[in-house]
Write a protein that binds this ligand. Structure first.
Ligand SMILES: [Zn+2]
Length: 278
């Protein structure tokens, strides 16, 4: 055992620096002026193994910190890779926002992301509703990227995709849904874009119920209006919307259709080049 210890500490010994010096026959670091060698008696003889001095310990600590930072950034990159179906969404961040969307809602979504630890504890999500293309998905992806940067797990997906995956499975459907629902944040983009069938409703309800059972937050974006959701006649859809209202804070997103503004920007860009009218 003692030999092992001596071997370990001897491994830290480097050639004495030019400024190193001896005190009572023991080596000291010339830089940090702490011992690089200790003396003790054991098993009837004197041992004088080398030990790391303060600056060497500091160096080791820095290397360890750098390794931890690297491991963390690799882990975050992996969570982000798994989060989005379309990888361009990893660029959708609050920092990259061009402020053309609904400023009030964007601010609320930012505050939600900022206070995510509390929202996670409360299992409280957001229901972002409003006309098509106004930037609800953008806002939700910003929240996703923000919480991923903080080390939380997140998946942003949609029901047509979940339904496709589940309906192609012979077994393990519930395990798949459970695993999806175990992410710290689950974002379902574009609710109501799924097929209007009993089977689809069943899967939608299963995911929402599972998420509710786990007590974890859910962000849903939808083009449905509040009147459409509240006035829903179908029993299964009524259940879905009422459960969603329990689990989320509804936010109405108003603003210009982002796709139109992108088209307008592109038109402006090529107007001169292509001699376009207007
Ligand atoms: Zn030193």
């Amino acid at each position: 055992m003692l030999e092992v210890f001596e071997e370990i500490v001897a491994g830290t010994h480097r050639d004495a620096g030019s400024e190193d010096y001896f005190v009572d026959g023991l080596l000291y670091c010339g830089k940090c002026r702490t011992p690089r060698q200790i003396r003790f008696e054991a098993v009837g003889r004197i041992h004088e193994p080398y030990i790391p001095c303060q600056c060497e310990l500091e160096q080791e600590r820095k290397i360890k910190e750098q390794q931890q930072a690297l491991e963390r950034s690799l882990k975050i990159a992996e969570i982000r890779r798994k989060c989005f179906i379309d990888h361009k969404l990893s660029e959708w961040t609050f920092a990259n926002d061009n402020h053309e969307g609904d400023a009030a809602v964007m601010d609320s979504v930012y505050q939600y992301a900022l206070n995510f630890p509390e929202m996670l504890r409360a299992g409280k999500g957001l229901l972002l509703y409003g006309a098509q293309g106004v930037g609800k998905s953008y806002a939700a992806a910003c929240a996703a990227n923000y919480v991923i940067d903080k080390g939380y797990t997140c998946v942003m997906t949609n029901f047509p995709r979940i339904i496709n995956i589940v309906s192609g499975m012979f077994q393990g459907k519930q395990e798949y849904i459970d695993e999806l629902c175990r992410n710290d944040l689950l974002i379902i983009d574009d609710l109501s874009s799924e097929r209007n069938t009993e089977y689809a409703d069943e899967i939608v309800m299963n995911v929402i119920d599972t998420r509710c059972t786990f007590g974890l937050p859910l962000i849903v974006t939808t083009n449905l209006t509040s009147a459409q959701m509240k006035g829903e006649e179908s029993v299964s859809k009524k259940r879905i919307y009422s459960r969603l209202y329990e689990m989320t804070i509804p936010l109405k997103y108003t603003g210009e259709d982002r796709r139109k503004s992108v088209m307008r920007d592109s038109y402006q860009k090529y107007k001169e080049l292509l001699h376009l009218p207007g």
